[in-house]
Design a protein around this ligand. Sequence first.
Ligand code: AMP
Length: 392
Amino acid sequence: MAWKTLDDMDLNGKRVLTRVDINVPVENGKVSDTTRIDRIVPTVKDILAAGGTPILIAHFGRPKGKTVPEMSLNITLPALEAAFGQPVKFTTLEDAPETIAFAKNQVVLIENIRFEPGEEKNDPELAQRLADLGDIYCNDAFSAAHRAHTSTTGLAHLRPSCAGRLMAAELGALEAALGQPKRPVVAVVGGAKVSTKLDLLGNLVGKVDHLVIGGGMANTFLAAQGISVGKSLCEHDLAQTARDILSKAQTQGCEIILPKDVVVACEFKANAEHSIVAADQCPDDAMILDAGPESVAKIGEVFSTAKTVIWNGPLGAFELEPFDAATNAAAKSAATLTKMGKLTSVAGGGDTVAALNQAGAANDFTYISTAGGAFLEWMEGKILPGVAALDS
Ligand code: AMP
């Protein structure tokens, strides 16, 4: 990795084309969660403080190359202005040259870049049109870096490029967790299905020392070993794939940790009648909805000997009490060890952030990535085009 940061660039008097992710949720015409906006504030403020003009380029929704008024980025303006503490000049791409000419050291936001048919095609003409608007390219949208689009890759090659603060923080955290991690490394992979996480498991068994498999996907691994899982969520057709992963782990010296005991219930609903049984004792009419206390104790033991934990996916049906217990307890254990300075803990991907927040553990993790797809692709060992484009 040889990317530059804002500190490596002379920003004074420069127009900085800054790719950000402000694809925020909106309810009743208002931004309902400003997390993504809050996270780009350091980059915008640092560019302004260094005398530069941040020109924000972003997408919103999926307009598929057409102007869709309901997907205009103007809806984000009040939230952006509140976060930056100053006005933001909003412009269409067409009017951008004129707006930018009169916006020295002020924030400019260009209309939804996905209104342009060339954006998702990584079109060289669009890239040149954008490049003509600025002097420097800064990518602060790690969460869009798995897409080879004009504003995440093509443009990067036409101007001196650097990573923004958020991008640099994400890359630093991921590098610490999987690139050059302190060992032993434990990966926790949970969630519903093996089928959506095959590449992930395949990559991790070659890189980590212990792999905790939880959630619905653990059922597939148990069943693949001849254990009856009753009515549990289980991909029986992936039994051979699961066995292949187990044997790859063995040859690579990676310990796979599956639940020893499980929480079973006959209904998939909150507070359903439940019991704790050994992992090979799931009744025929029941389903496994969480890992049991013995399993949690084993995970805690592994965490206590580890230096790094990387986590994606809940250990059970965490949306339904009390089947959030294993996720909560394991998350708290990682958070406590992190707080004590014994562990580097990195987590990310869709439901994981929600699960760790629910456990009250997210704040104590070393880093929580809000990038869903990009975080997973990184964990899968894939090269992200938006990151590769920053390589100098
Ligand atoms: P994913 O999006 O793959 O990370 O999966 C997250 C989903 O997996 C959550 O909605 C959980 O409720 C679900 N899940 C986790 N464990 C189980 C389980 N044992 N049975 C059914 N669903 C589960």
